[in-house]
Design a protein around this ligand. Structure first.
Ligand code: ZN
Length: 82
């Protein structure tokens, strides 16, 4: 079993359990995943991140180096000269 953090187009975040990544892909492709809050089937998978409370702005997913940019594939720390 694997859990994914999902978000609908209206911004509701929720979790769904799947047997595998392949099952998620199949259900997502078939629009078989509905938001429990509004029923929207246009859900996207968000990066799994630790629960952060009190964030005023959208939480930036942190990569292995701890910088938000790391998760976007443009890690400043990895490219910075030592
Ligand atoms: Zn929703």
């Amino acid at each position: 079993m694997i859990v994914f953090d999902l978000r609908c187009e209206r911004g509701h975040a929720f979790e769904e359990w799947f047997a595998s990544r392949a099952e998620y892909d199949a259900k997502a492709a078939a629009a078989a995943i509905a938001c429990p809050t509004c029923g929207d089937v246009h859900v996207t998978r968000s990066l799994s991140a630790p629960r952060i409370n009190g964030g005023a702005s959208a939480p930036a997913p942190a990569g292995p180096c701890g910088l938000p940019a790391c998760a976007g594939g443009t890690c400043q720390a990895a490219m910075a000269p030592r």
